[in-house]
Design a binder for this molecule. Structure first.
Ligand code: SF4
Length: 111
């Protein structure tokens, strides 16, 4: 005959062990996701960046469309990074960071 107290104890051990393993696995996946979510910055010499006159420092833009004060930080296509205040995502350059102080000819001031 089995001891019901022993079975409950074993069950608790299995459940808590499974929970710990699950938490460890989740932490590992989140860590890898965070690393994968740290893309490179847009290279201003890339063809797309050149075509859109992307520049990492908007204050140095000589493009006639650029107005003083315009930069990525206040562009409608920009979302600042939660971990890199100097960077953010831009829907025009998916999968890469753009500089907060950058600018390109697609700029549209946030409403
Ligand atoms: S579209 Fe806006 S956020 Fe994206 S690079 Fe151009 S100015 Fe910056």
């Amino acid at each position: 005959m089995s001891d019901p107290t022993m079975n409950q104890s074993r069950r608790r051990f299995v459940v808590s062990s499974g929970g710990a393993i699950g938490v460890a696995a989740l932490a590992s996946v989140l860590s890898r996701t965070a690393q994968a979510a740290d893309p490179p910055f847009v290279n201003p010499n890339d063809a797309n960046a050149k075509a859109l006159f992307y520049i990492e420092d908007a204050t140095k833009s000589t493009n006639p469309k650029h107005k003083p004060g315009d930069d990525c930080a206040i562009c409608t296509f920009f979302a600042v990074s939660k971990t890199k205040p100097e960077a953010g995502t831009c829907t025009i350059f998916p999968g890469k960071w753009v500089h907060t102080k950058g600018w390109c000819a697609t700029y549209v001031k946030k409403a």
